[in-house]
Ligand binder design. Structure first.
Ligand code: HPA
Ligand code: MG
Length: 218
């Protein structure tokens, strides 16, 4: 079930504009981001709450699927939090972990995704409860196509968590089951989100600067 908008944190550049001087930024990125949108500590606090919500609703063992590369940091912090929690009955949740690189394609014939795992590996999903862990939902196209593909392997259930959802007019309306923050329609980096493979080594989620865009353009 899509998470209700009142349940996630609405981040705006007006409300959440931290100056770069307020926190520590790696010196190699000092000029490449214009502001800190979500400080690392706030991300971690929110991840703990998302873990709580996931454990509260979990029905048995989970196959947690990390969508690489951007999802790796959220995935790592989320499972660390989930491992420490128990359900209302005092039970811990058995987890198995899967890592998938997803590429979306769209041409005049069809639209879809290719996954870095084989159909044979996907057959292991049959009858299991999947939890997909993504960094950001932007237009929503990739996730909708990925879910369509995963459903063909007949898992028992599929839930999706994304740390971020972008408020963009290009959205197809898809909203995950567990959302951390809704962010403005700007390009963000950090906490494993990249721009041409740069900025994954930055802890805070930041808005990229014009200088940064130019410097790391390909
Ligand atoms: N940042 C990084 N990766 C992304 C974004 C973004 O804003 N949107 C979609 N993928
Ligand atoms: Mg991604």
């Amino acid at each position: 079930m899509p998470m209700d908008a009142s349940q996630y944190i609405d981040v705006t550049t007006e409300k959440n504009h931290y100056s770069l001087d307020h926190f520590v930024i790696p010196s190699h990125y000092e000029r490449d981001v214009s502001s800190i949108l979500i400080p690392h500590g706030v991300i971690m606090d929110r991840v703990n709450k998302l873990a709580r919500l996931i454990v509260d609703e979990a029905k048995g063992p989970l196959v947690v699927c990390c969508i690489l590369k951007g999802g790796h940091q959220y995935f790592a912090d989320l499972i660390n939090a989930v491992k420490k929690l128990t359900t209302k009955n005092g039970e811990t949740i058995p987890l198995s972990l899967e890592f998938i690189r997803v590429k979306s394609y769209k041409n005049d014939q069809s639209e879809g995704v290719t996954m870095s795992i084989t159909d044979e590996e996907c057959n292991e999903f049959r009858g299991k409860n999947l939890l997909i862990v993504e960094d950001i939902i932007d237009t929503g196209a990739t996730m909708v196509q990925l879910l369509k593909k995963l459903e063909t392997f007949e898992p028992k259930s599929i839930k999706v968590t994304s740390l971020l959802i972008k408020k963009t007019p290009k959205s197809n309306g898809y909203i995950p089951d567990y959302v951390g923050f809704a962010i403005p329609d700007a390009f963000v980096v950090g906490y494993a989100l990249d721009y041409n493979e740069y900025f994954r080594d930055l802890d805070h989620i930041c808005v990229i600067s014009d200088e940064g865009k130019k410097k790391y353009a390909i």
